[in-house]
Design a protein around this ligand. Structure first.
Ligand code: GRF
Length: 218
């Protein structure tokens, strides 16, 4: 893909991952610009972040649609109008339908705050604490029909401490999310990823770059 690649980033809340993507784009770490930010919630702080960077911010309120398919069809329309090459879900709290998936085949990424396939769905950090695992982390994956089930692109590991609270663990995981999401986007836009069954093969490199590097704060 060319250096002109356009990202559509979908958010429902704070948008700290969106910020990491915008920052990576502005630094030239990913060969793309964020062309549009779309939220299903008008009060999502991610929309403010977008506007601060001069990025179009659109609201598509799911409550205005009769069913999920109609909502997804409108999302597709908005994203296409900005000619996005890649769609990045970043804290987008809606389950999408095949209407959305089929519009962007192998072109939708999602980030999840757990080491999938452990702890899918909501409250990944809480589930990890309650289960008692010693390590958790985050996962960037291609979206498929399931909830957090798509082929894994990059993961990062975060330790779980005895005295962790849900917020402390979630914050530590979030720092790693901000590191690996731009990394996965870059690999995807550089055409280095091939999906083979459940596996994502990374071409042109023996190891995913920086794979083992952990944030020193974690
Ligand atoms: C992140 O933990 C992400 O993994 C999950 O929702 C959270 C969104 O955070 N899907 P933010 O809006 O990017 O700050």
């Amino acid at each position: 893909m060319s250096s002109e690649s356009v990202l559509a980033v979908l958010v429902s809340g704070s948008g700290s991952n969106l910020q990491a993507i915008i920052d990576a784009s502005e630094r030239g770490d990913i060969p793309a610009r964020v062309g549009v930010v779309v939220s299903n919630k008008a009060d999502a702080y991610g929309l403010v972040r977008a506007r601060k960077h001069g990025i179009p911010a659109e609201v598509v309120d799911h409550r205005a649609f009769g069913n999920r398919e109609e909502f997804d069809a409108r999302l597709v329309e908005v994203i296409r109008s900005y000619r996005a090459d890649l769609v990045c879900l970043a804290g987008f709290m809606r389950v999408v339908t095949p209407v959305f998936l089929r519009a962007f085949p192998q072109r939708i990424l999602n980030i999840h705050p757990a080491l999938l396939p452990s702890f899918p769905g909501t409250h990944g950090p809480r589930q990890a604490l309650q289960y008692g695992v010693r390590f958790s982390g985050c996962t960037v994956h291609f979206l498929d029909e399931g909830v957090d089930t798509g082929p894994v692109i990059v993961q990062a590991v975060v330790p779980v401490y005895e005295d962790d609270t849900e917020d402390a663990l979630a914050g530590r995981i979030l720092k790693e999310e901000h590191r690996i999401y731009p990394m996965a986007i870059r690999l995807c836009l550089e055409g280095k990823l091939a999906i083979s069954g459940r596996r994502v093969i990374v071409r042109g490199t023996d190891r995913i770059p920086d794979f083992s590097r952990r944030n020193p704060d974690c």
